[in-house]
Design a protein around this ligand. Structure first.
Ligand SMILES: Nc1nc2c(ncn2[C@@H]2O[C@H](COP(=O)(O)OP(=O)(O)OP(=O)(O)O)[C@@H](O)[C@H]2O)c(=O)[nH]1
Length: 661
């Protein structure tokens, strides 16, 4: 059957991430969804370790099915990496959905693909994307082999009962070792090598076989048309014109434009104003049928209304809600402050908008700890925070430091926000006399446990179970790194044995405090292993720890925004290092400034910043009036970026620098 005649043209609305206003929306084809019965639908995802080629393969599949125009071989656009930060950094941070149509045995099939991020911070995105799929392509780089996240995403997919299609990618690389890596996949995952497809997502070699395997091996969704509508909300986006756009998987029934629906979670009612599929941009249709994946716009104004994991049904036709997801958990917290304090209301609004892309932070009031069986809006606290140094700000929880950094960049790129972010901190647990417990995510609230009036009997810190995959030759360096980060329960085993130390690889596992890995652990891991180590971790609860709050004083005044929680065994080293760092980044003032690190009343380290008289026009002789004015003007501009902390002017860069250890 010729596919082209089955299109008709409708106007689609602007896409959510585009800077293109709605009026510029292009004409797009609309699919006749009725024809895609469940047996002609396949919902699948691409999962892999970071950089193993997921987005590149997604491009090739979209090209092969004619969904996007074919590009020059080797020219990668990564159509599904829509965010500016994704394109700039070459990483996927947000799962994306795209529908494709391809003929098999004379019948058009609707293939719904979800491209997922690879970085450990976004593992939760992977997990919720998989909930809308029946199968997954597990991609492994034929030159790098199985890496830490290959293992974790494999287990997520297995737990969800998905059919896994193993794929060896990058076979065009001279360093590719397809036989060796296939053997690795067999020993690590129990995969039969004869099931592995070998491809180059870059050149397109072997990619057609993937489409065939998707149809042959992945089961069709078990959805029924004559049941009441049950739509599973697995992701959401924000459009400044239409509000929240929900991505849904129709479990049963048929959903139409104009239908009145109810959220099982909030019981709020909505009318569907637009319905469609991602092709790969939004293409409006009139209907979504059982088993299909698409989007709906229904006048949800607040990001908090779209609960990931929610079930939607038609008004008057109640259904049993689907189980939903395990909520994601914030691993690190940081304070976000506007550089100019008067920008706070604007910043708060922008944070609301950006956070819908990263549902890891919830926003339901001044302090929100929200959880529910049917929702995955995470139990993360969002709090307004006020600092004497930085003014009014907010404290947010993130899934990791990359997540935090991406969040900051999006605020800057898309909302023109100019922000200062405090050093990341993990959530500590305080146990009080009588057994009461409290989580502290802000160092300024951390008590002096040695003071009996604090009533704190125990402090606990979060720990994670980490696994590192590394060539044998770097094993010693990795062990040393783990020891310096207070790792315990170190174990290792061979993943595969090659002819020498560079081809044999080990998997090292340990339990390590989360605070030790949220700073520069990943950088250290990469530099000490020449980039060959990969790393993954999962939550392992809390353990008792000997911790204290370290404050920094500039000219005798504590700077609350710089406070840190340190392990007592490292307090002297950390104190000295930070004081030195502050000494480097704080510009000299018109007077001498002592910089001190203190724990309680005890000063741990000190540096003195000598005085300087900054006369920017000093070098200018004679009557260069215009040049003098220009220098003074520049100085004024520079001053705008300074924060007055007590009597000391601190540049914004000082805070950025302090973010790095
Ligand atoms: N030589 C070669 N390079 C490839 C191939 N597939 C992907 N690459 C390159 O590998 C790099 C990473 O590819 P991506 O598609 O961004 O990988 P990803 O898995 O989507 O990355 P994340 O989303 O950040 O996890 C890019 O530079 C690609 O051009 C391939 O088959 N051969």
């Amino acid at each position: 059957m010729n596919f082209t005649w089955r299109f008709r043209v409708l106007v689609s609305h602007g896409r959510q991430f585009s800077s293109t206003p709605r009026s510029n929306a292009s004409k797009k084809p609309s699919l006749l969804m009725e024809e895609y019965t469940p047996d002609l639908i396949r919902n699948f995802s691409i999962i892999a370790h970071i950089d193993h080629g997921k987005s590149t393969l997604a491009d090739r599949l979209l090209e092969l099915t004619g969904t996007i125009k074919r590009k020059e071989i080797g020219k990668n656009e990564q159509v599904l990496d829509k965010l500016k930060v994704e394109r700039e950094r070459g990483i996927t941070v947000k799962a994306q959905t795209a529908s494709m149509v391809h003929p098999f045995n004379g019948k058009s099939h609707l293939l719904n693909l979800i491209d997922t991020p690879g970085h450990v911070d976004f593992a939760w995105e992977v997990s919720r994307s998989l909930a809308a799929c029946q199968g997954a392509l597990l991609l492994v780089d034929a030159s790098q082999g199985v890496q830490a996240q290959s293992i974790s995403v494999f287990h997520i997919a297995k737990e969800r009962g998905l059919t896994i299609i193993p794929v060896l990618n990058k076979i065009d690389l001279p360093a590719a070792q397809p036989e060796l890596i296939a053997a690795q996949m067999q020993s690590t995952f129990g995969i039969d090598p004869s099931e592995i497809l070998s491809i180059s997502a870059k050149t397109g070699q072997g990619v057609e076989a993937i489409l065939q395997a998707v149809v042959d091996r992945i089961p069709a969704p078990q959805s029924r048309r004559d049941e009441p509508v049950k739509a599973f909300l697995f992701d959401s986006l924000y459009d400044r014109y239409r509000g929240v756009i929900s991505l849904v998987n129709i479990q049963d029934g048929v959903l139409r434009k104009g239908d009145r629906i109810v959220s099982c979670h909030t019981r709020k009612k909505y009318e569907i104003s637009e319905i469609g599929v991602m092709y790969p941009e939004e293409v409006a249709t009139d209907i979504l049928c059982p088993g299909q994946v698409g989007y709906i716009a229904c006048n949800m104004k607040e990001s908090s209304e779209a609960h990931i994991g929610d079930t939607l049904h038609r008004v008057g036709e109640p259904v049993l809600p689907m189980p939903g997801f395990k909520p994601s958990k914030a691993m690190v917290y940081a304070g976000i402050f506007p550089v100019d304090s008067s920008d706070f209301p604007k910043l708060e609004e922008s944070i609301k908008r950006v956070r819908i892309i990263f549902i890891s932070t919830s926003w339901d009031g001044d302090e929100d700890v929200f959880n529910s069986q049917n929702s995955v809006t995470t139990p993360v606290t969002y709090q307004r925070e006020s600092s004497s140094a930085l003014g009014q700000g907010t404290r947010l929880g993130f899934l990791g430091t990359l997540h935090m950094d991406v969040f900051r960049q999006r605020l800057e790129d898309e909302y023109d926000a100019n922000v200062i972010i405090t050093a990341p901190t993990v959530p500590y647990k305080l146990i009080y006399r009588g057994g009461k417990e409290k989580l502290i995510s802000n160092p300024t609230e951390f008590p002096d446990a040695s003071d009996p009036s604090s009533k704190v009997v125990e402090i606990q810190e979060p720990i994670v179970k980490a696994s590192i995959i590394v060539p044998e030759e770097y094993f010693g360096d990795m062990m040393e790194l783990c020891y310096t980060r207070r790792a315990e329960q170190l174990n290792h085993r061979y993943l595969d044995t090659g002819s020498d130390a560079s081809s044999s690889r080990l998997i090292l596992s340990c339990v390590v405090p989360l605070s030790e890995i949220v700073t520069d652990f990943f950088d250290q891991l990469k530099s000490r292993s020449s980039g060959f180590a990969s790393f993954d971790y999962e939550d392992a609860g809390y353990q008792k720890s000997d911790l204290a709050k370290m404050v920094f004083l500039l000219n005798g005044k504590p700077v609350d925004a710089l406070a840190l929680i340190v392990h007592r065994s490292a307090q002297d080293t950390v104190g000295r290092a930070w004081v030195k760092k502050l000494h480097k980044v704080i510009p000299r003032q018109l007077f001498e400034v002592p910089i001190q690190a203190a724990i309680g009343k005890k000063v741990i380290a000190r540096e003195t910043l000598s005085a300087n008289r900054a006369d920017v026009t000093a070098g200018l002789y004679g009557g260069h009036y215009e040049r003098k004015m220009k220098h003074l003007e520049n100085q004024k501009e520079g001053k705008k970026r300074l924060k007055r902390i007590g009597t000391v002017d601190l540049p914004q860069e000082a805070f950025f620098d302090i973010l790095k250890r």
